[in-house]
Design a protein around this ligand. Sequence first.
Ligand SMILES: Cc1ncc(C[n+]2csc(CCOP(=O)(O)OP(=O)(O)O)c2C)c(N)n1
Ligand SMILES: [Mg+2]
Length: 296
Amino acid sequence: MRLYHQGRIFGGVYTGIGQEAIGAASALAGKAHDLFSPFIRDMTVHIARGETLLTIFRHYLGRATGPTRGRDGNVHYGNLANGVLTMISHLGAMLSTLTGAVMARLRRGFDTVGIVYFGDGASSTGDFHEALNFAAVFNVPVIFMLENNHYAYSTPTDNQYRCRHLADRAVGYGIPGYRVDGNDAVGLHLFTTELMEEMRRDPHPVLVECETMRMRGHGEHDDFAYVPRDLLRRFARRDPIRRAATFLIKAGFLDSRRFDEMDKECLQEVAQAYRQALAEPEPSADTLLEGVYASE
Ligand SMILES: Cc1ncc(C[n+]2csc(CCOP(=O)(O)OP(=O)(O)O)c2C)c(N)n1
Ligand SMILES: [Mg+2]
């Protein structure tokens, strides 16, 4: 966020602040051959699947050393070695893409389960319907992880749909639908771990609606003046990182001093990664046509 407001990142910056638990807790439940399709707010999926902070900063800062060699600004990247597909911006497009990728892996003999992450807004596209129906008919083991964060850009959910809960739509496809607390990392991790095991034994898709809140604007260019401050205050009390830490400390898994140390170590790791990326070169203009056409 700071690098964007300093003018060092071109294009947009979209954060997942307030939604970190969903990607982290579920991606950590995955096995080596599982597939993941994060959307714009799911940085924690990339990190949970082993992406380095240095690669992430090289990418955001458009460095020649980054995964797209400076071709893309921010969210359109993946890493198949980590089982993470590259994102397509068009809402809903990744639902069928991930479903197809999981089918391909199953045919090669892997016991792959996939998770595709998307928002309430994406659930109003035709692609959502096609992908859920297709996955249901062919018993494709995909978790359709719907992050209901109350807004699609500036449109609140009560202007988006009339059903009570989005998870209720699962009935229309003949698949299970669950509603879970998207800000409870520990609960989500246990839930996803069990769900993935069950789906490996008995392949079928599921729709999981995570209730959460987008704590910033759509992107950093958006001041989100249209979001009621009360709603933000309510969800600030349910911050997923603080909640996970409090739970782990109370349950005796983590010492509070150790948590503070870990917090500092993380910030140092972040600072080291962005400093290194900032020191690296941007791509030179004469490389622009590279990677456009297949070379002979
Ligand atoms: C088919 C399509 N329509 C519109 C857009 C522009 N757009 C990008 S993100 C977004 C809002 C998405 O809302 P939601 O799916 O709820 O995800 P969130 O941003 O809340 O995480 C819109 C309208 C797009 N990328 N694709
Ligand atoms: Mg949304």
